[in-house]
Design a protein around this ligand. Structure first.
Ligand code: 4AD
Ligand code: MG
Length: 424
């Protein structure tokens, strides 16, 4: 825009805010998602137009014309001196005012709240992360495979399924993961990913859970667990670094310390064994035993003790999904890893090497109480040219929460779906 200094420009947008005196009015004008300072001077506009400007209400849509003038203190280093103004459509009693509003009120007005300054920044950062994620996989020559949302088999766990009647075929489930379908595609393309909405009927009201969230999943043929971990490490550090560099202005709006973030992704993340994680937690007087899952509080202690993000690998078999490969060195565990992010965010990635032994896989499906018939297509993969392979899934909203420094995932998606919220 600096190339427009000294020029006259026409902009369309909305009145974000207004204040001023009897001589000048200062408008914050929202155009293409950016907040621009516009000065209305009574001497230039004349009495009548100035009076109209002064009476404008929040969120009125406008077409404006004016001179672009340098001002170091304004956003982007310039402002507009208003010459002409036309109302496109009025706005009466806009409910979100500059005063403080409660969280519940704001989420009930999410359709309007999207226009607010911080929300603009968060969703721009989300958009940049999505772009960087796809870009990373494009650069690595991974093929994007769009996996189905309506599925016939349970992907992750029977406990958190949304189901619906599916004509004469019985029940269909909303996808908890695209993984099983991605596994089919590696035999065709070797390196694949999917990126789309996934669903979990989570009855938990935590700050990390949504019932609908976006997941990036990658699956690679001829890849073992250790390589899989290195791949995730490269991915997360690259995507976060590129996003921070591209979104400095938005991170400033959120008062997120960009140096702190860049430091967090400068070096490879530490990798520890589940057994070590339990020892660290026990030494910190946290009540946990071998075999227990590590909850949010435990994850926070680990990132504090380690001083950043970390991978925890080789969890007990009993607390992980059926498709994970049994660890040949310790059959009580599986070849898997979770990536735990710092700043209170917790697990952002779950990944593993996949079980390729046909009989072990069938045994695990039975153990989980899942209907083995609905997995016949998945089990076929172990019959026709099976290969070692691994993959992982990253929850986009948790990554957004980490980058933005937000305590809760609910602001990290345009329209959050939670146990107690389906509107707007
Ligand atoms: O650990 P999860 O359940 O792993 C899978 O779904 C595997 N099939 C992935 C794979 O190997 N292809 O979920 C992966 C990630 C979690 O680490 C978390 O970031 C996110 O998805 N996630 C959620 N995010 C928000 N709300 C929820 N209810 C989430 N459940 C999982
Ligand atoms: Mg997980």
């Amino acid at each position: 825009m600096l190339e427009n200094l000294g020029k006259e420009l026409e902009l369309n947008g909305w009145l974000h805010g207004i204040r001023g005196s009897n001589k000048f009015q200062f408008l914050t004008f929202r155009s293409s998602g950016q907040l621009i300072q516009v000065i209305a001077d009574k001497e230039i506009l004349g009495d009548e137009v100035f009076k109209m400007v002064k009476s404008l209400t929040q969120e009125t849509s406008l077409s404006i014309k004016g001179l672009i003038v340098a001002n170091e203190k304004a956003n982007f280093g310039w402002e507009m001196h208003l010459k002409e103004i036309k109302i496109v459509s009025p706005s009466t009693d806009y409910p979100i005012t500059p005063k403080e509003h409660g969280t519940d009120f704001l989420f009930s007005h999410r359709h309007l709240w999207l226009r607010s300054k911080k929300q603009l920044a968060i969703l721009r950062i989300r958009s940049e992360l999505s772009f960087q994620i796809r870009n990373f996989f494009h650069e690595k020559r991974y093929t994007n495979i769009d996996t189905p949302i309506l599925t016939g088999s349970v992907g992750e766990s029977a406990g958190t399924l949304f189901s619906t009647e599916y004509f004469d075929l019985g029940k269909a489930y909303l996808a908890q993961t695209g993984q099983l379908y991605l596994e089919t595609a590696i035999f065709a393309h070797e390196k694949v990913y999917c990126f789309g909405p996934t669903f979990r009927a989570e009855k938990s009201k935590t700050r990390r859970h949504l019932t609908e969230f976006w997941m990036l999943e990658a699956e690679t043929a001829f890849m073992e667990n250790e390589q899989n971990i290195l791949f995730q490490d490269e991915f997360v550090r690259t995507v976060v670094r590129r996003t921070v560099e591209a979104c400095k202005l938005d991170l400033d709006i959120l008062e997120r310390d960009t140096n702190h973030l860049l430091n967090q992704v400068e070096k490879s993340f530490q990798v520890i064994d589940y057994k070590q994680a339990i020892e660290i937690l026990q030494a910190a007087q946290f009540s946990i035993e071998w075999g227990d899952d590590i909850n949010a509080e435990g994850e926070n202690i680990l990132t504090e003790k380690i001083g950043g993000a970390l991978f925890v690998k080789n969890y007990p078999r009993a607390i992980k999904a059926f498709y994970m490969k049994q660890n040949p060195d310790d059959p009580r565990t599986v070849l898997c890893a979770d990536l735990i992010a710092p700043d209170g965010v917790g697990e952002i990635i779950g990944g593993s090497e996949r079980e390729v032994d046909y009989d072990k896989l069938v045994e695990r499906i039975y153990e989980e109480g899942l209907p083995v018939e609905s997995y016949s297509w998945y089990l076929d993969l172990r019959k026709y040219g099976s290969v070692p392979h691994s993959g992982w899934g990253l929850g986009l909203e948790r990554l957004v929460a980490w980058v933005c420094g937000l305590p809760h995932v609910r602001e990290c998606i345009p329209f959050p779906r939670m146990m107690y919220r389906i509107f707007p």
